[in-house]
Design a protein around this ligand. Structure first.
Ligand code: DX5
Ligand code: ZN
Length: 219
């Protein structure tokens, strides 16, 4: 399975966004976390900053929207040119309509589940999306510890995708480092978001490569 590495820029040196993203130019995406202080108890940035990252044209943008009223706000992120737009299932009133709208705007669609949200009610929606994000921390902050208790959900999700013969990617986000990436890959994830592990490393570029190699071999 293809391995995708998507460094989260949430806790990078945001005064120097372009050079921070340049450091991880060997990654597949820049993961940009949008938070509204309602869906999660933190506020990051919105559309103008995402557009600025897109304009820099260093990496394609994987937008992770931790915002309420996703039906209203998510399509604009596709419209401005994000490669992939992920909304939270808990924040969408009409996830199928929203997924179709994001695709119509030309982006890939991701749907995210908070740790306490089960995949089972969403299994029939899998053909409508390109990626299912299993959060491996409570969304809102970087630097938290990986929740090993999410492994069964990753497995159930991967099994459901295989059973339906779909090509949906399984993303994990939160607490991914050289150890936990192995557990997540082994459980069936193939898209890995890493914030602190990459930006706190001495050399972010080498850390991206190291994580990619570990995920490929399942360690
Ligand atoms: C948390 C965000 C993550 C965060 C990951 O809610 O969605 O993308 O930046 O950071 P680490 O890798 O430090 O857990
Ligand atoms: Zn994220």
């Amino acid at each position: 399975m293809d391995v995708t590495i998507s460094p989260s820029i949430l806790n990078c040196d945001i005064a120097n966004l372009a050079s921070e993203i340049e450091k991880v130019r060997n990654a597949d995406y820049a993961h940009v976390d949008v938070m509204d202080n309602h869906f999660v108890p933190n506020l990051s940035w919105g559309l103008p900053v995402v557009e600025a990252v897109i304009r820099q044209d260093i990496l394609p943008v994987d937008a992770h929207l931790m915002i309420e009223d996703a039906d209203r706000w998510a399509p604009a992120y596709a419209e401005v040119g994000c490669d992939s737009v992920t909304f939270h299932a808990e924040a969408a009133v009409a996830p199928i309509r929203l997924a179709r709208e994001i695709r119509r705007q030309g982006a890939k669609v991701g749907m995210a589940l908070r740790p306490a949200t089960d995949i089972t009610p969403y299994i029939d929606l899998l053909p409508e999306i390109d990626m299912l994000l299993v959060m491996t921390v409570e969304p809102g902050f970087g630097g938290q510890s990986f929740l090993k208790s999410m492994m069964p959900k990753i497995r159930r999700t991967r099994d459901a995708i295989s059973a339906a013969n779909l090509q949906v990617a399984v993303q994990v986000d939160g607490g991914i480092n050289r150890e936990t990436i192995c557990l997540a890959a082994e459980a069936g994830a193939n898209v890995f978001v890493a914030g602190s592990a990459v930006y706190k490393a001495e050399d972010a570029y080498s850390e991206v490569e190291a994580l990619r190699q570990l995920a490929k071999t399942h360690c």
